[in-house]
Design a protein around this ligand. Structure first.
Ligand SMILES: [Fe+2]
Length: 169
């Protein structure tokens, strides 16, 4: 079956009707992988944009608040450890590769001090792969070359405050 932006949003609405859970995020992750492996979706929705902007919100659900976004990063782009504040995200790799790192909080943010984190895991997202980051999961993307991403966010992360985070010495 062909995946369109409209069919993806319909399926996401069904997956997310009861909010964030391990099951709902796994369902979203599976839907993202199906979309990325669908040539029609890749051609009509993902490809053909040139930044700026790097980030385009393709759809924002007025009731549930989730967002479907396309991100294009040209050339190398190294991101620091971060969470998504009060929400979750599913990262889908459409083109290029992302070396993703996961981090453990060794001291939570408190009293104006940032959270301290240390790296726990490193893995590569390849085209067609998707990974879920639940609320509070700290991660950092390393992109050595240009990438195209399909990202689903529980809430539009343009509008949320992230936890201040530093790497533990
Ligand atoms: Fe992120």
């Amino acid at each position: 079956m062909t995946v369109t932006l409209e069919s993806l949003c319909d399926d996401l609405r069904t997956a997310l009707k009861d909010g964030e859970s391990a099951t709902s995020l796994e369902n979203v992750r599976t839907l993202v992988e199906q979309a990325l492996r669908d040539e029609n979706f890749m051609t009509t929705v993902m490809r053909g944009r040139t930044p700026p902007p790097e980030r385009v919100v393709l759809f924002e659900d007025p009731d549930l608040g989730f967002c479907v976004c396309a991100h294009i990063y040209e050339g190398e782009k190294i991101g620091g450890p971060h969470d998504h504040g009060p929400t979750w995200a599913v990262y889908g790799q459409a083109e290029g590769e992302t070396v993703m790192t996961d981090w453990r909080i060794v001291r939570p943010a408190a009293d104006g001090n940032p959270a301290l984190v240390e790296e726990t895991k490193r893995y590569t997202l390849k085209p067609g792969d998707a990974h879920a980051y639940p609320t509070g999961a700290v991660h950092a993307p390393i992109r050595y070359g240009s990438t195209l991403l399909l990202r689903i966010e529980g809430k539009n992360t343009d509008k949320v405050a992230r936890t201040p985070i530093e790497v533990a010495a």
